[in-house]
Design a protein around this ligand. Sequence first.
Ligand SMILES: Nc1ncnc2c1ncn2[C@@H]1O[C@H](COP(=O)(O)OP(=O)(O)OP(=O)(O)O)[C@@H](O)[C@H]1O
Ligand SMILES: [Mg+2]
Length: 375
Amino acid sequence: MADSRLATTVFLLSRLDKPVLLEGPAGVGKTELAKSLALATGRKLLRLQCYEGQDETKALYDWDYGKQMLYTQILREKIGQVVADAADLEEAVTRISAQDSVFFSERFLAERPLLEAIRSEQPVVLLIDEVDRADEALEAVLLEMLAEQQVSIPEIGTFTAKHAPYVVLTSNNTRDLSAALKRRCLHLFLDYPSAHREMAIIRSKDTGLPETVSRHLVEVVRGLRELGLRKPPSISEAIDWARTLAVLGSPELTERQLSDTISVVAKYDKDVDRALRALPKLLDPSFAAGGGGGEAETDDDAGKSRTSSAVHDEDPDEQESGQAVRAARDQPGRHGRGYYGEKTPADDRPGPVRQVSSSQGERSFTAKLGRKRPV
Ligand SMILES: Nc1ncnc2c1ncn2[C@@H]1O[C@H](COP(=O)(O)OP(=O)(O)OP(=O)(O)O)[C@@H](O)[C@H]1O
Ligand SMILES: [Mg+2]
């Protein structure tokens, strides 16, 4: 269920062959978009789930070490013949290394999602999920791939995509992504939907909750989002709540049933307290009529229920918890000059020297180098 902004972005993705970067809070349909795109276009979905410490051996390719070992064991006799009449150890090593290309060939290549997307015979949708969790080194690998639509493996050569994959990147904003990555993508901030679209989504999920009750529930959920909770209820939680209430067989929303099931939408103790205190007001029909928007609202109003504009009455401890984690990750000077696309006085100071593993240089890939190991 897309609004026109999202639909336009996806249309442009398919025409311009540009990746889409979706940012936004949890549960607003970022991952779902890639799944739906694959379903609608009949393309296979390849998914790279990003996490801290992930390197290109998990994202791009690796050598199938187990298979290489197995083959060397089975071929022990043959390998013995190759070095049998070698005069000394050095000559034996030279002869073995001349056989490198046998073991560093496509046969022993372990594809990871990025390479698989490039080498696929069929067009695919590539979902690079939660890219903000990955380290900058992996972001650099992505930049190369997204820009060139190709991957070079020093031992084999360069693979270029036969069919440009539809690439969807998602981020929950746990850290800022580089300007370079954003520049290569069509960028879209997905927010909570308008009441109108949220109703359409809930309707499409066949929750079993009657229409009028669902509509009332959407108003309550939108009201909860305005409370400045640590984790405001997302679309998926609204769907879960509708399903839960349908199971309980509610002909109308009652404070009792909502408070008994509040844990479906409130995931922290303090959020639960705050939500319970707000329920009587949110259930009051005059609130829904006045503040919540209603189904008459169109998609142009989408996202007006941003929690950032909410009236916050939370305690400082709680606010700090999320912010502190993010601040710790985003130390000034962590990135080089102009990384975020804007120059600040801090940019004029040299940043810390980053330690890069030696294997990273060896594995780096560009079209221009096109290195091929001599056979
Ligand atoms: N626009 C939408 N249309 C249809 N269903 C939606 C939409 N947005 C969200 N949903 C529903 O909400 C669920 C959660 O969405 P999804 O997993 O895509 O969220 P997300 O933004 O990727 O969250 P997270 O950041 O936690 O990964 C989906 O399984 C889907 O059922
Ligand atoms: Mg997701």
